[in-house]
Structures are given as structure tokens and as C-alpha cells.
Design a protein around this ligand. Structure first.
Ligand code: HEC
Length: 115
């Protein structure tokens, strides 16, 4: 509990200090992977390639993951629909994740799909 809180606070400080940097280095990719499989793979696919065109293929559109943590967290919090892009799921629906979960899942996405 105290550890988790400390980590969340630290994550906040780091994000603030490095807001111009693209990469989150404070998330836990293992926890992020679990979350991804439960909540995101329906659309994004277990392999990140988009489930039959439902959503972003993170291998093709890896450049999206170079957006800053704050931009990507905006997409997670509020959902996203990019003009001119068509996915069969329609839009990215807003995700109910806390800040720590967002860091975890972003660190998983970057470690899994940006190699
Ligand atoms: C109902 C389907 C669906 C689910 C569930 C879903 N997404 Fe998405 N996601 C999309 C679609 C569609 C897009 C592309 C939206 C666009 O750019 O038009 C997208 C885009 C994204 C992007 C790119 C954002 C950007 O700023 O370019 C990220 C990152 C992402 N999703 C992460 C996640 C994560 C993490 C989860 C689970 C917590 C998740 N998505 C769950 C459909 C989904």
C-alpha cells in the first residue's frame, strides 16, 4: 500500500519532470500486459495487430507510441477518433484506468510493440 502510493507519487513527479520525453520508464510492463490482455486485446488483438481491423495495429502504427505520456493518457482517458482513419471498432472508447495503470499499460505497449 505504502509502496504503491510512493510509486504513484514518484511516477507523477517523473512524468512532470519529463513531460517533453516520449517514453514512460516507470510503469510495470508485466502488470500492463495483464491489463492489456483483459481490457484492450478485444480490439487491439493479443498480438497487438488489431483484431481484424477493429483497432490500431501497433506494429504498423508504432509511431503512435512515440507520442508523449500525457498525449497517450489523454487518448486513454477521453477516447480517440482520428479524422480520416477507419477502424471497424469505430473509435477508441474512454478507458477507466488510474494513473498507475496507464503507466503500466503504456510501458507494456512500448516494450512489446516498438522493438
Ligand atoms: C472497443 C475497441 C477498443 C478497446 C477496448 C481499446 N481500444 Fe485502443 N483504440 C481503438 C481504436 C479504434 C483506436 C484508433 C482510434 C483512432 O485513432 O481513430 C485506438 C487507439 C489506441 C491508441 C493510440 C492512441 C493515440 O493517441 O494515437 C492507444 C495507445 C490505445 N488505443 C491503447 C488502448 C489500451 C491501452 C486499451 C485498453 C486499456 C485500449 N486501447 C482499448 C479501439 C479500442
Amino acid at each position: 500500500m505504502a509502496g504503491a502510493m510512493k510509486k504513484a507519487i514518484l511516477a507523477g513527479l517523473l512524468a512532470g519532470a519529463c513531460s517533453s520525453q516520449a517514453h514512460s520508464f516507470q510503469g510495470d510492463p508485466d502488470r500492463g500486459r495483464e491489463l492489456y490482455m483483459q481490457r484492450c486485446s478485444v480490439c487491439h488483438g493479443v498480438d497487438g495487430r488489431g483484431n481484424d481491423g477493429m483497432a490500431v495495429d501497433f506494429r504498423e502504427e508504432w509511431y503512435r507510441l512515440t507520442r508523449s505520456d500525457e498525449e497517450l493518457m489523454d487518448s486513454l482517458r477521453n477516447g480517440l477518433s482520428t479524422p480520416g482513419r477507419y477502424y471497424t471498432a469505430g473509435a477508441m472508447p474512454p478507458q477507466m484506468l488510474d494513473r498507475e495503470e496507464m503507466f503500466d499499460v503504456l510501458s507494456y505497449l512500448r516494450s512489446a510493440f516498438m522493438d
